[in-house]
Design a protein around this ligand. Structure first.
Ligand SMILES: NC(=O)c1ccc[n+]([C@@H]2O[C@H](COP(=O)([O-])OP(=O)(O)OC[C@H]3O[C@@H](n4cnc5c(N)ncnc54)[C@H](OP(=O)(O)O)[C@@H]3O)[C@@H](O)[C@H]2O)c1
Length: 350
């Protein structure tokens, strides 16, 4: 089979680097174009020391450099707002696009403006974007030219939440409390004072308050895909580790004893979602380097109102299932390949 040429715009960032690693080992995709911004003109090897020859010798193109006719697929791993323009150009040139930014994750431009504080540069493209939560949107992803790859925190929260909402066992009369933690790579490679070693090492801090941008995304897609109106209180934290994400979701509802079975049934045919047995809780180590989401449940005593209290813990690698891994999973679906093609199932250990 002839390889499919792909472009990675934002190749020098953390998600771009992970895309390169995955796609260079992929049996059907070939990385033929690397786009950058401040690093344009340098070779990839000068900017990413972990890349092997011959890719390391490839020169980084300017972000707006034209894409060759034989490129069929473009990954945009760019900051939001910059991504919208790159996506519009790629679509106009007839390419399929997987956008890793937030620019096409909301169905309404007004929601995007509220969450991100800027007007959307290409609201006319929102209707054709498919929210790329792979396990729930496979048929739509296969039929579109533009996939909006979900955010990392929303991926970790929506995967356990959607089946429970669909089964109508969760009390949604009150906001769902989500306490989440991410490794520092979640904030990207672009230097920021708050990400210096001396600032985050041996520490833990909350950020994004009073309302982090991903709260809008969680609510929109929990409501749309869970088929129940949902509101969340979401507080993210940054941890002094490189990669990994753990979301603790505090739920109340009924028939808690059935929840694990509901989730196991929902993901019985989903190789990247693992619902753990009773007494087993997930960890960031257990998914680091893999495209998996591991989900664990713990039941508490019923509250005064008789509702069951359930703590759901969900772990992903923010750069894999939370970004580049899910992006490749979506690209597989867009081109009719098995969703698992070229993606790591096992975690690196230790
Ligand atoms: N990190 C994560 O865990 C994660 C998870 C899910 C989604 N995302 C999303 O994925 C996107 C990329 O994230 P990242 O973590 O890879 O970011 P990053 O490490 O900061 O990399 C940003 C990339 O975009 C390029 N760039 C910066 N400013 C640009 C501009 N104005 N125009 C064009 N290109 C520009 C940079 O090029 P130079 O290096 O050449 O300047 C670099 O290649 C973001 O939208 C982010 O929100 C990230």
């Amino acid at each position: 089979m002839q390889l499919i040429n792909v472009a990675i715009l934002g190749a020098t960032g953390y998600t771009g680097a992970e895309l390169i690693r995955l796609l260079d080992a992929h049996p059907y995709f070939h990385v033929s174009h690397l786009g950058a911004h401040s690093q344009a003109g340098r070779t990839l090897g000068e900017v990413l020391p972990g890349i092997q020859e011959p890719l390391a010798r490839q020169r980084l193109q300017a972000a707006d450099a034209p894409l060759a006719d034989d490129i069929e697929l473009v990954f945009t791993a760019l900051p939001h707002t910059a991504a919208a323009n790159a996506v519009a150009s790629a679509l106009a040139a007839g390419k399929k696009v997987v956008d890793l930014s937030a620019d096409f994750r909301h169905q309404q431009a007004a929601t995007y403006a509220e969450a991100y504080g800027v007007a959307h540069a290409h609201p006319e493209l929102l209707a054709q974007a498919v929210y790329g939560l792979s396990e729930w949107q496979a048929a739509h992803i296969a039929a579109t030219s533009l996939v909006a790859n979900p955010g990392c925190y929303p991926t970790s929260v929506l995967l356990p939440l959607i089946p429970l909402l669909r089964a109508a066992v969760v009390d949604t009369t009150q906001r769902i409390i989500i306490d989440a933690k991410s490794g520092a790579s979640g904030a990207g490679r672009t230097p920021k004072t708050g990400l210096l070693y001396g600032e985050i090492n041996e520490g833990l801090s909350a950020y994004g308050l009073p309302r982090h941008r991903h709260a809008w995304e969680m609510e929109e897609w929990a409501t749309a895909l869970g088929k129940t109106a949902v509101e969340v209180r979401f507080v993210p934290h940054i941890l002094p580790m490189t990669r990994g994400m753990l979301s603790t979701i505090h739920l109340r509802g009924h028939d808690a004893g059935q929840w694990r079975g509901l989730l196991q049934q929902a993901y019985a045919d989903a190789p990247f979602v693992r619902v753990l047995d009773e007494g087993v809780l997930p960890s960031t180590k257990g998914v680091a380097g893999s495209n998996r989401c591991d989900i664990g449940l713990a039941y508490g005593a019923s509250g005064r109102d008789g509702l069951d209290e359930v703590t759901v813990i969900s772990c992903i690698d923010n750069l894999l299932k939370g970004a580049s891994g899910q992006a490749v999973q979506n690209a597989n679906l867009m081109f009719g390949f098995d969703a698992t093609t070229g993606l790591p199932l096992h975690a690196q250990w230790p």
